[in-house]
Design a protein around this ligand. Structure first.
Ligand code: KIV
Length: 260
């Protein structure tokens, strides 16, 4: 686990860090071949469960999906998002982080910052569990989407937050929806790698929600590049299947288990 973490840290500044989200084994098995980090994001609340935000996804649901994701992972660093409400104080955070690691065998957990919970990060790390931080647009604590770092006051606050997370011992930090200049300043100031989402190529690595970049989720903000339109490919296949079943073309002789 520590070896994998050190490999990620070492990449800073000279090799981009590739990260994507996974919620199940079939997807993590594919990502694992090409990603440095596989994140079981609490975005699964919106993406898979159709919830309006990430606020009520439970710890047990995240754990169940992570157990599935782990089955597809051989080499990438597996990080699990701690859901809202599971790290309200150091004791609870440590207990739940230990539970996540025990049940899922993941390598690290991710904590969204509210610019106050640095002690919580410290406590989890004291229990030998690596932590990834997350600043900027943090959906667990902010209801309205907004690009951050547009003025001096915000930049100062974000720098302070990022530095405190580094000081608390995090091994990397997600920068979500920061202005390119702010992402650049923070990336240059920190020793740990920054992982950007909607925060420009100045970051040390990039992450996207896999369902978004595959064209499956229906959520495509400007910072998402859709690499394929899986929705329409799946629909085409389903339409063909439906036609075949109705026309009695499926199953045919080749699909019978017994007989000729
Ligand atoms: O929940 C998630 O998928 C995330 C990434 C977008 C960073 O936190």
């Amino acid at each position: 686990m520590i070896k994998k973490i050190n490999q990620i840290i070492k990449k800073k500044s000279f090799k981009k860090i590739v990260c994507l989200t996974a919620y199940s084994k079939n997807i993590s098995k594919i990502l694992d071949k090409h990603c440095d980090i596989t994140l079981v994001g609490d975005s699964l609340a919106n993406v898979l469960y159709g919830m309006k935000n990430t606020h009520s996804i439970s710890l047990s649901t995240i754990i169940e999906h992570s157990i599935s994701v782990k089955k597809g992972i051989k080499k990438s660093l597996m990080v699990v998002d701690m859901p809202k409400g599971s790290y309200q104080n150091p004791l609870q955070a440590k207990r739940n982080a230990k539970l996540i690691v025990k049940k899922t065998k993941c390598d690290a957990v991710k904590i969204e910052s509210n610019n106050k919970n640095f002690k919580i990060i410290k406590e989890i790390i004291k229990a030998n569990i690596p932590v990834m931080g997350h600043i900027g647009y943090t959906p667990q604590f902010k209801n309205n989407f907004k690009v951050e770092g547009k003025n001096k006051k915000e930049i100062k606050r974000l720098i302070g937050e990022a530095k405190s997370i580094e000081r608390a011992g995090a091994f990397s930090i997600v920068l979500e929806c920061l202005t390119p200049d702010t992402a650049k300043i923070i990336t240059n100031l920190l020793r740990i790698p920054t992982i950007g989402i909607g925060s420009s190529s100045y970051c040390d690595g990039q992450i996207l929600v896999t369902d978004d970049m595959l064209g499956l989720s229906g959520f495509y903000p400007k910072f998402v590049k859709k690499y394929i339109n899986l929705n329409s490919l799946i629909e085409k296949a389903v339409k063909k299947y439906s036609k075949d079943v109705k026309a009695k073309r499926f199953p045919n002789n080749k699909n019978f288990l017994y007989g000729k």
